[in-house]
Design a binder for this molecule. Sequence first.
Ligand SMILES: [Zn+2]
Length: 389
Amino acid sequence: MELIKGDEARFVKESIQISEIPAPTFQEAKRAQAFAALLKANGLTDVRIDSINNVIGLRKGTGKGPAIAVVAHLDTVFDAKTDVEVKRKGSVLSGPGLADDSAALASMLSWLRAMNQAKIATPGDLYFVATVGEEAAGDLRGARKFFKDYSTIAGVVILEPLQAPYALIAQNATLRLEVTFKGPGGHAYIDYGKVPSAVNAMGRLIAKMADMSIPAQPLTTFNVGTAKGGDYVSKIAPSASIQLETRSVSRQNVETIARRVQVYARQAVDEENRRWGVKSLSMSVREFASRLGGMTPADHPIVFAWMAAAQQLGMTPRGLGVGSTDGAIPLAAGIPTLVLGFGGTAGGFHAVDETWNPTNAYKGVQLSFLTTLAMAGVEGVSQPTLATR
Ligand SMILES: [Zn+2]
């Protein structure tokens, strides 16, 4: 812990160094190479860059123990033309992507120096992973590939700009549906009474969903985000569609709601056809841009390990939350996962004036490091919290 504290200035310097290498999503190659070189410079001999530019550094364990992956992302939401120079105003640094997630990458280097100097060995392998494609357009492609390629990972720590001591243990499942109604269409006066309306059916569906009761625990949400239909005022609408989404850490809840939407949509079509004594209206449902979710149970041993680490460092654990990170992939696979921070105070994410005040950031680095060691175990000191996978 003293080594981590004494390393703070270098940690901040390397955060800036990484942040000043542009790394838009899908253009992470240059930053990947620089980070691979930094891992090697800090004693990792087994460092590779995979086919999509994920960087994977392996610190071998001494024998049989759980393999742990420590993950931060290389990419930023900023395009290649963005000025990435980090500016300083007093103790506050500002730079696009500095806290999200350059400092997280740099904190791994601080861990490595401390582990090497203190001669810390872990029973299982430790993987230091820098992923591509974490931000929206990347659709977590880096994490998807890494966790597919490395199937023995038994526990995961994701590093993101979270305020220590705060942790995320869950990721919402998001299920998105588009419901489309199609009918023959017709003239509003001439065809009146003979033709069903796609807009009417859509309205029937929305009315049913608006009155739907939703489980309160765990928090489950539901929204019809768009409704479109019809061509003009004197035409019976031949088509109409809505897009809706539902979110919850419970995959079961979102799937139940999705099934209910299908039933209501079918009923809406039947009612509209019956109203005019026809069968010419139909509907289809399409799922799009859905996301897997999952959670580490709040009473999981690694959550207690994190709380114990916080207390050991004189901090009061502030709470557990739900967020959207690379953690979605291992959480959906049921791998125990914590999303932790690296200290300091950060804000303005995804804005060019993103800030990070790294004063006493070492405390956050200590917390994520100590938690990870508790998960992995330390040779001659403590048993792993996790089982081997
Ligand atoms: Zn991030």
